[in-house]
Write a protein that binds this ligand. Sequence first.
Ligand code: NCD
Length: 345
Amino acid sequence: MRHLIDFTDLSEREWQHIYRRFEEIYEHPGDYRDALRGQTLASLFYEPSTRTRLSFEAAMLKLGGGVFGFSDPAASSVSKGETLKDTVIMTSGYANVLTLRHPREGAAMAASLYSSVPVINAGDGGHCHPTQTLTDLVTLRRLRGSVEGLRVCVCGDLKYGRTAHSLLRALARFEGIRAVLVSAPELSLPEYVKRTCGAIKLDEQPDLRTAIGDVDVLYMTRLQRERFRDPAEYERLKGRYTLTPEILSGAPSDLLVMHPLPRAGEISEAVDGDPRAVYFQQARYGMFARMALLLELCSLPPFAVKEAEPQGVHRCDNGSCITKTEPYLPVFEGSACRYCEQQNN
Ligand code: NCD
């Protein structure tokens, strides 16, 4: 691993190693107080964030390192029209690792082409969110002992929900996973993600109550209002799935209720006191998981960046792809876009 664009960039050995590190740090955080002293994290957030940005920043500070960056692109030269390429070249010269959140799909992969230090994808549009997945898997392994063989219900916005995409692709690496997908038909899992779900047994189920009758994990997600092309569609679909104590009463007593957060009404506050609700614990594990990841990536030597010759014209059909706003990016051959992974005609 040089960059973390999606969770599958981690080998099985790297994931095991990061998990062990997470456990050590969680048990003995004081032992790591100076582990990254003198190192810096550039935190480039082109989109709103609470947990991801703050847990990365807290993680770096708790390791003795420093943090700089922006949480609002309007306050940086991006507002003067600076390209992603230039911003990444500059900041990777100041930092030992970059975290990037961007509204465009494929932005992290694009940034990795110009960075001399590791790039961590902190969410690229409706595409991927690998450190949320790291958080999710660490939570599952810690609370369930193992990820293998789990039955997971994923509910909500499976179309635009990058957390659901990254989680399902990562689960495909484990044996015996069954996934029940619950969403409005308009928000079902895109084909390009389904294709990467490998041996997962996927089942679609319109009714949440039925779906959680015999699963180990319920992973709720928010409808990604900011990615809907038609606001009326969001208004029509919001509130379709809401987890209430009454619905939860029919679920197994050892179910784990997870959510990447923020929630926007899909889990009622009345569920928070249920011992099965682990979403706040999950968010806390995320900081320790990010500490383990930063330790791994900051130990890599800087790499040389090879500038690709500009050639050809981008032909991606995805209107949210990074190639639409950063046309200088190198063009790759193939029917699927190398940035956003959309299959094109
Ligand atoms: C998620 C995201 O940004 O994709 N939040 C997070 O990072 N924990 C989920 C969301 O915004 O719905």
